[in-house]
Design a protein around this ligand. Sequence first.
Ligand SMILES: [Zn+2]
Length: 68
Amino acid sequence: MIIGKISKNEKKVKFTEKIICTNCSKQVPGGLQTGESYYQTEQFKKELENFKKSYLCGICRDKKRQEN
Ligand SMILES: [Zn+2]
């Protein structure tokens, strides 16, 4: 998964985060990528936090789609 910004021709940083589904608490493999200049900036940290706060695994996302 890619979060944040990656500019054209920019090096990507790969990192792993512990990501837990906010609905069923299942842990998912958190292999993430972002641009080198964006990684570890304040904005990056905020975005990562928001991403984790609202994360739904594939199953819960499908369920939610069916409900709507
Ligand atoms: Zn889930």
